[in-house]
Write a protein that binds this ligand. Structure first.
Ligand code: GRF
Length: 191
């Protein structure tokens, strides 16, 4: 089985990225992390990449808050291409990708979201699930399209919502499920 070349994008602490890098290192995920990119200069995700010896880069995002400036997005595509990335893995990347990336990596960009999509797209999905009185939530890996958390669903994992859950306890339990589901789902792309 040939290892698939992945590029991981994130803006935060990078616990999903770390789980993926650990599964690659222990040989249970047949992938090669070719680059890790963040739009946040001191993001934890870049430190995980450094610890695992994975090439990593800070991408200056430009003046917008929820998307990349067009020049930055062109630079992103170039960096991913230069690193021979075959699958783009979003792991807590807080900006919406636009045509340059979506066209360059058509059906080859995936994201993990902390709800059972199509329920609760958008920010703080675990809070939305609690507020709606749900008894089950979970996480979803999906293809990325031009919408927000709207692309075709690839895999899901259910997580129970317990009577005493707070947003923090629920989010933590969902993140444990994410760290199992994401590497397993990436492995499907190697088959
Ligand atoms: C995850 O909970 C994921 O669902 C969401 O962003 C979070 C990233 O967390 N898209 P981390 O940076 O991987 O710890």
């Amino acid at each position: 089985m040939a290892a698939i070349g992945i590029g991981i994008l994130g803006s935060g602490k990078g616990s999903n990225c770390r789980a993926i890098l650990e599964r690659i290192r222990d040989g249970t995920l047949c992938a090669e992390a070719r680059v890790v990119i963040s739009d946040v200069f001191n993001a934890g995700i870049l430190r995980h990449a450094q610890e695992f010896g994975v090439p990593n880069a800070y991408l200056t995002p430009g003046k917008f808050r929820t998307k990349l400036e067009p020049e930055a997005e062109i630079a992103l595509v170039q960096t991913l291409r230069d690193a021979a990335v075959e699958l783009v893995v979003l792991a807590g990347f807080m900006r919406v990708l636009k045509a340059p990336t979506l066209d360059a990596f058509s059906h080859r960009i995936i994201n993990i979201h902390p709800s059972l999509l199509p329920k609760f797209p958008g920010l703080e999905a675990w809070k939305q699930a609690l507020a709606a009185g749900e008894t089950v939530s979970g996480c979803t890996v999906h293809y990325v399209d031009a919408g927000v958390d709207s692309g075709e669903i690839i895999s899901q994992r259910e997580v129970p919502i317990l009577p005493n859950d707070t947003p923090e306890t629920l989010h933590a339990r969902i993140q444990i499920a994410e760290r199992e589901l994401y590497p397993k789902t990436i492995a499907q792309f190697c088959e």
